[in-house]
Design a protein around this ligand. Structure first.
Ligand SMILES: C[S@@+](CC[C@H](N)C(=O)[O-])C[C@H]1O[C@@H](n2cnc3c(N)ncnc32)[C@H](O)[C@@H]1O
Length: 655
């Protein structure tokens, strides 16, 4: 309700007057009595002593939430996946904090890039409220079970709008972000980097929070993304948002970020190749000049590549000039006038011998006469994009991109990021085969689209891991009417549609036949019984618990579900190659934990329920392990010791 239509409230009026007079006596809209006293000179001491710190209501509880272990797991959903067995990408449906906890061991220190686009805290967006620390273990288990029944984690009140009037507006957001960022940091490789999208609502807090979680010295930069043009008159017209960039360890990242992927660059190379096969000399020049003039406005950041010769399109670079201090001094003669060319203000950057080599290779560009300082020829194929802190890209492109994947829906998702925003910076980090990018606020899965596009372009197979809550869609919305009841369904569908569209568009003769697909998983309760030590007070209760644990998996637990749970607990990625074999009448999963170690782990389920049923083993040689399993079965007893409440995965055969 706007202030104009609210009933008169004298207390509220006086509060407003006080706030106008002493703004520092209020925090998140609430009166802070200690701050008021300080402002009035009645108390000058700051509680807890003076120090520089970011603090908020609920911060210690946010740390407790972080430390609460998860007993959940990830259950494979083959029917919601594409190309499950070969797929190198992963989509995870579930609440991201829980999912991150489940992933932590398997992905610890393995992720090159994390990109997240969390709720910006605009006052109208919803997120998980940080109230779980109050939860008893019973409640927690119930919640995880609730999740299994209906596929959601929407316990009444847990996921709700954080309004500016709520009193803990910034605190709630910070409490939500803190534990997720902590685990995100654990996932990063030593040379890994996190990019976080945000806007003016929280950029100040986010920067401080990142300093706390990652250390101030690991701050890499803030990117300003100019995404809109707003012609509405106001005070400062906001036409941008931000990307905060922070490293796991700034010392470990490359000193310079350069990307070799650029659509414009590829276009210039191709144009150069086409024209040099058709024309020579002055004709070649003229043909390129025509093309360049016509397309110049779309060639940024290569809009200075205005020349061509038989080696391709090039520009002149001033990199022969010595920047800042006095360089080398010698004469370079103009090839037509024979006179020494004008020298750069601070001399040349290279010694005479290097310059002679460049001249011999025809890499030096002269003006019409000696009055122009010489330049170095840089060909389009040598172009390396720098990563600038200012980026201009129309934000509406995100919606246009998405419409291509959902042509029948006007607005499948609100404010999706443009694919180009992500392909603008992913190549600076994700350069190598197998590099992993994680996005745990996936939304419409733009990160997946960006990774698939890049992979198809340069045939380097990067991998994504996306996490999305099954946040219910508004029942009045067009997407709901189109059959999507939650956002995770939209994300998955988007990835599928995007893959199909890409493959349909491609010339199969030129693209490497790497099968594209993703494995879909859902956050689910563990397949194994949880040891309830807290409720045991008598020897009878203990005996009862132990009897329950003669069989550690839950009734009806599926072998493949158990396999993936154990895989994660072994510390293996969800895309670890696995093979299902029949051994001694039971099912055996052989896994290849690293490319050079052939099948290094096995999980086994006996066909005979009396055996005890589940075994897990780790071995360096698959055959030895299978032999051991056979032997186990002959003796009809499980070999895996159970310590406390878990199967102890310690069988280790050296081969
Ligand atoms: C701003 S959107 C991300 C948009 C995305 N970058 C895109 O281009 O479509 C944030 C997303 O995070 C999801 N989300 C919010 N809280 C979450 C949580 N606790 N776990 C998983 N997803 C969550 C929301 O459902 C929403 O889809």
């Amino acid at each position: 309700m706007s202030d104009d239509v609210k009933l008169p409230d004298p207390a509220r009026e006086r509060r407003k007057q006080l706030q106008a007079l002493i703004p520092d006596a209020f925090s998140e809209g609430r009166l802070d009595v200690a701050a008021l006293k300080r402002a009035l000179g009645e108390a000058s001491v700051i509680d807890g002593g003076e120090r520089y710190a970011l603090t908020w209501a609920g911060k210690s509880n946010a740390y407790k939430v972080l430390q609460t272990p998860s007993t959940a797991t990830l259950r494979p959903e083959r029917d919601k996946s594409i190309n499950f067995d070969q797929a190198q990408h992963v989509f995870l449906e579930g609440e991201n904090l829980e999912v991150l906890k489940v992933l932590q061991k398997a992905y610890f220190g393995k992720v090159k890039l994390i990109y997240i686009d969390p709720p910006y805290n605009t006052g109208s967006d919803s997120f998980i409220y940080p109230d779980r620390f109050q939860e008893s273990k019973e409640d927690y288990l119930r919640r995880i079970n609730e999740l299994a029944d209906d596929g959601t984690l929407m316990r009444e009140g847990l996921f709700r709008t954080n309004s500016k009037e709520g009193g803990h507006y910034h605190s709630n957001w910070l409490s939500m972000m803190l534990p997720r960022l902590y685990i995100a940091r654990n996932l990063l490789r030593n040379d890994g980097v996190i990019f976080v999208s945000c806007d003016d609502n929280e950029v100040h807090n986010l920067r401080c929070l990142m300093n706390e979680v990652f250390g101030e010295s690991n701050f890499v930069g803030t990117v300003v993304w100019k995404n809109v043009t707003d012609n509405n008159p106001t005070n400062v017209t906001t036409e941008h948002e931000y990307l905060l960039v922070v490293a796991r360890s700034k010392d470990a990242i490359e000193r310079e970020w350069k990307s070799s992927i650029s659509d414009v660059k590829n276009l210039l190379i191709k144009t150069g190749r086409d024209l040099t096969t058709k024309f020579k000399g002055a004709e070649l020049d003229a043909a390129y000049q025509d093309w360049f003039r016509e397309n110049k406005s779309q060639l940024w950041p290569l809009d200075r590549y205005k020349y061509i010769d038989r080696d391709g399109v090039y520009t002149g670079s001033q990199s022969v000039h010595n920047p800042g201090r006095e360089g080398y001094r010698y004469d370079v003669l103009h090839p037509i006038t024979g006179k020494p060319c004008k020298q750069p203000l601070m001399g040349y950057r290279f010694p005479r011998e290097t310059m002679d080599g460049l001249l011999a290779d025809k890499r030096i560009l002269f003006g019409e006469d000696e009055s122009k300082i010489i330049e170095l020829k840089i060909y389009a194929n040598e172009f390396q994009e720098k990563f600038s802190s200012v980026f201009e890209l129309d934000g509406r492109l995100g919606t246009y991109d998405l419409r291509e994947d959902f042509p029948e829906i006007t607005k499948a998702f609100t404010n999706p990021k443009p694919i180009k925003l992500l392909t603008g910076f992913f190549p600076f980090l994700l350069k190598n085969e197998g590099d992993i990018v994680v996005d745990f606020f996936a939304g419409s899965a733009t990160t997946a689209a960006a990774v698939i596009s890049l992979n198809r372009k340069d045939s380097v197979q990067r991998k994504f891991v996306l996490v999305q809550l099954p946040e219910p869609c508004d029942e009045q919305s067009e997407v709901f009417r189109s059959g999507y009841s939650n956002i995770a369904q939209i994300s998955r569908q988007r990835i599928g549609n995007f893959i199909k569209r890409k493959i349909d568009q491609e010339d199969l003769a030129t693209v490497s036949p790497v099968p594209v697909g993703f494995k879909s998983f859902i956050l689910a309760p563990s397949n194994f019984k949880q040891w309830r030590g807290d409720g045991i007070e008598t020897p009878e209760q203990l005996t009862q618990q132990m009897q329950i644990f003669t069989k550690s998996e839950k009734d009806g637990a599926d072998v493949e579900h158990m396999f993936y749970e154990l895989l994660l607990r072994f510390g293996q990625e969800l895309t670890t190659p696995a093979e299902l074999l029949d051994v001694a009448g039971g099912k055996v999963f052989a896994i290849q934990a690293s490319p050079d170690a052939v099948r290094t782990g096995v999980i086994y389920r006996s066909h005979d329920p009396a055996v005890g049923s589940i075994e897990a083993a780790r071995t360096h040689r698959y055959r030895r392990c299978v032999r051991r399993l056979r032997h186990t079965e002959d003796q009809s007893r499980p070999t895996v010791s159970r310590r406390r409440h878990q199967i102890h995965l310690s069988v280790s055969l050296r081969g």
